[in-house]
Design a protein around this ligand. Structure first.
Ligand SMILES: [Zn+2]
Length: 125
């Protein structure tokens, strides 16, 4: 799984950094930089792919300069879609409940974070 992340980063010229702390994972699309968790399980692997998705998914990049709820959630959703579309099926097939719980917790954090965005929608309705 770690080799998958490393290969994708190298092939797409992403400056890759590893963190021991899963929730320190982050991406800086404009710098083509991603901080991904050390891979201890499939949940970490999917989180790592999600961060790469922030750099590589066109749909994620389309909104990465916007700070409203709508754009935040579209960006996060696009990065997750990219992660799932690019995950090796052999690894996804062996994901355990705890791995999916990691994904659920991450998605929940996006909603908590989006609730703090300064505007509610692109047209500020
Ligand atoms: Zn994200």
């Amino acid at each position: 799984m770690e080799l998958d992340i490393t290969r994708l980063a190298r092939e797409n010229e992403i400056d890759l950094h590893w963190t021991e702390h899963r929730w320190d994972a982050e991406a800086f699309p404009e710098l083509r930089q991603a901080i991904v968790p050390r891979i201890r399980n499939v949940g970490d692997y999917l989180l790592g792919l999600h961060e790469l998705g922030h750099v590589l998914a066109p749909e994620a990049r389309a909104y990465d300069q916007d700070t409203n709820v709508y754009a935040c959630l579209l960006t996060e959703g696009a990065a997750w879609a990219w992660a799932m579309a690019n995950a090796s099926p052999e690894f996804v097939a062996v994901a355990k409940d705890e791995d999916w719980a990691t994904v659920h917790e991450a998605i929940g954090s996006h909603y908590r974070w989006a609730a703090l965005c300064p505007t509610r929608a692109p047209d500020e309705v």
